[in-house]
Design a protein around this ligand. Structure first.
Ligand code: FAD
Length: 433
């Protein structure tokens, strides 16, 4: 890199980490940024299950990246898939073969679902990791209610049995939101259907939901889910998934046409295609300053990285970790450019939280994990997520309107979101078993 030329920073991934890094570098002298995102938009994953359960529209959680950086001449947004990264180049290769040379590479490609080789899961389970996934889940729920309404005997074939695999935050939030949709909203949409036959079943190999939380929180979350009609099948795992059933490790078979996969994550494929060594979960092991061992001009951030924590473990895959690591990498890139040293990443822990349903949330805040429940936890959840949205440069209007609606008015849903015309999953062939 010549010192009189701006350093070219090439970022793969426009999620929390990539956007935070680009925002830190936007408008700064001495750097120019190419932000490459296959979708062309930033998707706000913490609100995906609200899209899946018809509480929010896809547009509420999708933010156009070109518009976000329109005011910054030194940031170019490209809609493209990065298929490989060459850390020695350093360069990235796009689908189609174009090579984008850079002075600094930022790998921020996030995660992908990990099906743990469960037979049939990749074909028949519905993951919840992208906006497309969330729209598929919503479509399938609407379709199943439509079909069961037209032919009530399909309930016996599992038309109204909804299975969620995974008792972590994603699984718990999805099961809670699905139960509220199924039991509180859909009876108004299909008043003649016997919705009492509908079931939401949460399956997890562990003996408690929300594993990383305290024992008290496990009990609270389980009670809140059960109060909403969620059946817990703990201590058992999904062994095999078909188009019309899930086979469990305890020998049981559940007839179902919607199995939502919240069972685990691994690094996005770009980790393997970047020629650097991968650690746990296929993630790239980052050094404390967020660069990759042996490549001081290559950064690995957010979900695609194992970022070292003080206790020798890796930080969890969370929006705040991704966002803060993106911002920190931006600072280190600028420090490097000025000849100042790169600093080890310091994570400001916001705690962990999960929204189980309306007026039921749990949060463990700060280093000492002070526990909150109910409306205080909901307030903490709102605060953290509003800040994540604002830091990502996104509009807060839809989020605040949703929070108000969700907390105060409960079961309202926009008719457009419940319109069967929006169904975008293939129709079910009911002879499949
Ligand atoms: C359903 C769900 C709920 C969640 N809820 C919460 C929550 O409440 N609170 C919280 O803190 N965290 C939550 N998380 C976790 C949080 O969303 C992630 O930790 C965070 O999104 C990671 O940010 P990231 O930038 O590393 O990756 P991502 O946000 O996944 O962004 C990666 C981006 O890279 C793009 N990309 C990937 N590969 C390529 C490629 N080859 N070429 C071009 N572009 C590519 C993707 O399209 C994506 O836009 C949730 C996650 C999910 C799935």
């Amino acid at each position: 890199m010549r010192d009189d030329q701006p350093a070219h920073v090439v970022i793969a991934g426009g999620g929390f980490a990539g956007v935070a890094c680009a925002r830190r570098l936007a408008g700064q002298p001495g750097v120019r940024v190419t932000l490459i995102e296959r979708n062309g938009y930033h998707q706000f994953q913490p609100l995906l299950y609200q899209v899946a359960t018809a509480e929010l529209t896809p547009d509420d959680v999708r933010f156009d990246l070109a518009a976000m950086f329109a005011k910054h001449d030194n940031v170019e947004v490209r809609t493209a898939e990065v298929v490989a990264a060459d850390p020695a180049g350093p360069a990235m290769t796009l689908a189609g073969g174009e090579v984008v040379d850079g002075d600094v590479l930022v790998l921020a490609a996030g995660s992908q679902p990990n099906f743990f080789h469960t037979p049939g899961a990749d074909r028949h389970a519905f993951p919840l990791y992208s906006l497309e996934d969330a729209e598929r889940v919503r479509s399938r729920v609407l379709q199943l209610f439509e079909d069961a309404s037209a032919k009530p005997e399909l309930v016996d074939e599992g038309a109204l049995a909804f299975v969620v695999v995974g008792g972590g935050a994603t699984g718990v939030e999805t099961a809670g939101a699905l139960a509220e949709l199924v039991h509180d909203v859909m009876p108004h949409v299909h008043p003649r259907l016997a919705v009492a036959g509908a079931r939401v079943i949460l399956v997890d190999l562990g003996h408690a939901v929300l594993g990383p939380f305290s024992d008290d929180a496990h009990g609270y979350a389980a009670r809140q889910l059960q109060r909403r009609g969620v059946q817990l099948r703990l201590g058992t795992s999904a062994k095999e998934i078909g188009p019309g059933h899930v086979g469990l490790s305890d020998g049981a078979t559940i007839r179902t046409h919607l199995t939502v996969w919240g069972g685990g994550l691994m690094a996005a494929p770009l980790a393997a295609a970047s020629g650097v060594s991968q650690g746990r979960g296929g993630r790239i092991d980052a050094r404390p300053d967020l660069t990759v061992e042996g490549f001081p001009a290559v950064y690995a951030l957010g979900d695609v990285a194992n970022i070292p924590a003080a206790d020798d473990q890796a930080l969890p895959q969370l929006g705040s970790v991704a966002q803060q690591s993106g911002d920190w990498a931006g600072r280190n890139i600028l420090a490097d450019r000025k000849g100042e040293g790169r600093q080890p990443f310091q994570y400001h822990d916001k705690g962990i939280m999960a929204m189980i349903g309306r007026k039921a949330a749990v949060a463990e805040i700060g280093e000492h994990r002070h526990e909150l429940r109910g409306r205080l936890a909901f307030a903490a959840w709102l605060g953290v997520h509003a800040q994540l949205l604002a830091n990502a440069g996104a509009e807060l209007n839809a989020f605040l309107a949703w929070a108000d609606e969700f907390y105060l008015r409960s079961h309202h849903r926009s008719a457009a979101l419940l319109d069967p015309a929006t169904i975008n999953t293939p129709r079910i062939h009911w002879q499949d078993g």
